[in-house]
Design a protein around this ligand. Structure first.
Ligand code: AMP
Length: 455
């Protein structure tokens, strides 16, 4: 049997890769408009970054990390999320002391989690997200939520529910953990083994347990809102009031605790149900953090961020019919060498045209002209360039318009000019406007009256 891809990974090919790229470009563009700067931390980090950053009580660190010892005996981990690595990057590069704060960064790339693969859940998947670090104003948290909301709107996703909650400050959470310990102590016997270790490490994690019997017990647990400090209560009330003012709809969900340990104060998730009623759960999530920067050796500064799973975005967009799989635009030119001897010259000609910026391919097989035309058709080529030994000897080429079937023989030295002429005719239309190419498309609001492709 041929070698298969690793369980939980997936191949992204051709038109689907274009879909990913279009979505990613839109996300990057919006983050840039919000004045976030791109950062690219490495995929590999010292395991400590995540153990200290994400926290030992999280499932991600306890069960899901791809951790190994390298040949130098270092414990390394393929990033299971971006935030901790980005804070490491900011601290190490003194970004937080050399810039006006908050420092606003966005990221995109693969992350790795050893989870049970199922629909929408991979072991290697892609995340796009932002971190805004170094400013404690709740307005800073709000800006990040607004950005996520604008992204979802721009993608055309209508059925998004923003779930929001507060985990309070450290004092609030200490009090709450105490109350949870007291409550769960008498139920622990009946609960799953994972909840036993959650009880010891961080009883807040029990609220996230997916075992149905445990969920029943969780329903009776004390609520965070009863343990909030005055400052945390006021901060959360401000957040909700401001979201109302900004007309961003939300649902307060007191059960929302998030799976990563660094969060405090406001946390949120974006849930999605497609038009056909498929519930995709969380397509993105994030929140505020207070101790992470200090934990990773930096100054005592807070931050806020979110991340979207690109695979989930692609799934919901496809389900809702919002994915534009662009028709294969094909190549502008297809070069046909007649006979093996003409192939290198054909490659040379193809390269000359490519340097003009027109997509060009060539035939690598010594086959009959008729099958070369079939291949040109499959490639959706506009023009064929035919090159036999005669043409080479005479320093000529034949250009054939594959839609009109007209062909002309031209001297090689005017080939570039002819290609430019032909392609600019493609861009001309009889609507009378003076716009060209892409500009022309914009002028016509994406649709051109002449039926030409203006790419
Ligand atoms: P998290 O870092 O756990 O908050 O996850 C952020 C987002 O990444 C989620 O809302 C999902 O969209 C996506 N995500 C998380 N885990 C997976 C996975 N195993 N496969 C695909 N997407 C995921």
């Amino acid at each position: 049997m041929p070698i298969q891809n690793v369980k939980g990974t997936h191949d992204i090919i051709g038109a689907e890769a274009d879909v990913y790229e279009n979505i990613e470009n839109l996300l990057k563009h919006i983050a840039t408009v919000f004045a976030f700067k791109q950062v690219r931390p490495p995929v590999l980090e010292h395991s400590e970054v995540f153990v200290r950053g994400v926290g030992e009580s999280s499932d991600v660190v306890r069960k899901e990390m791809y951790t190994f010892e390298d040949k130098g005996g270092r414990s390394l981990t393929l990033r299971p999320e971006f935030t901790a690595g980005i804070i490491r990057l900011m601290v190490q590069n003194k970004i937080l002391s050399n810039n006006e704060l908050p420092y606003k960064a966005f990221y995109l790339g693969p992350v790795f989690r050893y989870e049970r693969p199922q629909l929408g859940r991979y072991r290697q998947f892609n995340q796009f997200g932002v971190e805004s670090v170094g400013h404690d104003s709740p307005v800073n948290d709000l800006e990040v939520i607004v950005l996520a909301y604008v992204i979802l709107q721009s993608l055309g996703l209508e059925n998004v529910t923003i779930k929001i909650n507060t985990l309070g400050d450290e004092e609030s959470r200490d009090n709450y953990r105490g109350a949870l310990k007291e409550y769960f102590a008498s139920h622990l016997e009946k609960m799953c083994p994972d909840c036993h270790s959650r009880y010891e490490l961080n009883p807040l994690r029990i609220l996230d347990c997916k075992v149905p019997e445990d969920q029943e017990i969780v329903k009776g647990a004390p609520k965070m809102s009863n343990f909030l400090s005055t400052a945390s209560k006021e901060r959360f009330a401000f957040m909700l009031k401001s979201l109302d003012e900004l007309q961003i709809p939300y649902e307060v969900d007191e059960g929302l605790v998030r799976g990563l340990d660094y969060y405090s104060e406001t946390v949120f998730e974006f849930h999605y149900t497609s038009k056909t009623g498929n519930n995709y759960g969380a397509i993105g999530a994030g929140g505020h953090y207070d101790k992470l920067v200090k934990e990773l050796g930096g100054p005592d500064l807070p931050g806020v961020g979110f991340s979207f799973g690109i695979e989930r975005l692609v799934s919901v967009l496809s389900d809702d019919g919002l994915v534009n799989i662009e028709e294969d635009e094909g190549v502008a030119f297809y070069v046909m060498p007649l006979g093996i001897k003409s192939q290198v010259e054909a490659l040379n000609i193809a390269n000359v045209i490519r340097m003009l910026g027109y997509a060009t391919d060539m035939c690598f097989d010594d086959v009959k002209l008729s099958s070369m035309f079939k291949r040109a058709e499959k490639k959706h080529a506009r023009y064929a360039i035919i090159l036999g030994e005669n043409e080479i000897n005479n320093n000529e080429v034949i250009i054939k318009d594959l839609s009109t079937q007209q062909q002309t023989t031209i001297p090689m030295d005017i080939l570039e000019d002819r290609c430019i002429d032909l392609m600019s005719q493609e861009h001309q239309c009889d609507c009378g406007c003076e716009h060209d190419g892409d500009e022309h498309e914009h002028h016509h609001d994406g649709e051109c009256c002449c039926g030409h492709h203006h790419k």
